[in-house]
Write a protein of this length. Structure first.
Length: 295
């Protein structure tokens, strides 16, 4: 086989590889963020990620060149608030819920968006699988392995914000292009950074914390957002959504490696149900939704 033939075969795999790296980066950043909770809490890490991440995104996307019309401001505002709420609630959930399970619960948001975009009989199968997974994960029984109710509620709330983020992001992104994420991040930072400062005071700017916070911002924001932007332009929406369905499993593996978070067989089975529902919904959906996952 010639070198040119090998090159042609490898080109379709490049965006897939970049997307997998982006997902690993996001979950590694989440694991690192959780290690800061004893120092600054979920409020502080949300503020640090949004604040530092916004600065990095401004350098990358240069949003000051964008022009805003009166009709485009509301979707942008909703997008920014959803972005901030998604981050804040997700980090709150990580205080008491293992990383893999928190991501699985949060992933019900994008799954709901996919479900509501189609009305076919097969969609009920994916809804049933997702509900089955949630039934195993949510602490409705009396098992000692049950998940903290408040943490689970925060993760589901983050999923609701993620759904709003996708819907509003499609409209805002259509109006403003890739720079939308920088403006949305700025809006989120303006709302949620003061909460972290009020909660932690000047301790938030401790030299011992800032290097780790910078790493979290790069791993959770700058690197994955940039890689996803490249992948989104080279992959069909269906392929992109299917690959993103692997994120809960990668989160569980990341939690196992970096945080020593061991899941039970039932919890792994629940993750499998949610992942299968997400993959199935993505593969069988009729319409081709524009999926933009920038968390």
């Amino acid at each position: 086989m010639s070198l040119s033939s090998q090159s042609k075969l490898s080109l379709p795999l490049l965006p897939v590889f970049l997307l997998v790296i982006a997902m690993i980066s996001i979950q590694s950043g989440a694991s690192l963020a959780k290690s800061l909770f004893p120092l600054v809490g979920a409020q502080g890490i949300t503020s640090l990620r949004l604040g530092i991440g916004t600065l990095i995104l401004f350098v990358i996307f240069k949003p000051w060149r964008m022009r805003f019309t009166a009709g485009s401001r509301m979707p942008l505002l909703v997008y920014g608030l959803a972005l901030g709420g998604m981050n804040f609630l997700f980090y709150l959930s990580l205080k008491t819920v293992p990383l893999g399970i928190a991501v699985a619960l949060e992933f019900t948001g994008p799954l709901a968006v996919a479900m509501f975009s189609s009305r076919r009989l097969i969609d009920f199968l994916w809804v049933g699988l997702a509900v089955l997974g949630l039934a195993f994960l949510l602490p409705l029984g009396k098992s000692v392995d049950s998940i903290d109710l408040f943490g689970a509620a925060c993760a589901l709330g983050a999923g609701a914000c993620w759904a709003i983020y996708i819907i509003s992001g499609q409209k805002a992104g259509g109006n403003h292009g890739p720079g939308t994420v920088a403006i949305g991040s700025l809006i989120a930072a303006l709302v949620f950074c003061p909460i972290g400062v009020a909660y932690n005071g000047m301790a938030l700017f401790s030299p011992a914390i800032l290097p780790i916070a910078l790493a979290v911002a790069i791993l959770s924001t700058a690197l994955p957002y940039s890689l996803e932007m490249v992948a989104l332009t080279r992959l069909p929406a269906r392929t992109f959504g299917t690959l993103m369905s692997l994120e809960p499993a990668l989160a569980a593996i990341s939690g196992l490696i970096f945080l020593n978070e061991y899941l039970t067989l039932i919890q792994w089975s629940a993750l499998g149900c949610i992942i299968a529902a997400s993959i199935g919904a993505t593969l069988t959906i009729k319409a081709k939704p524009k999926i933009e996952e920038l968390t």
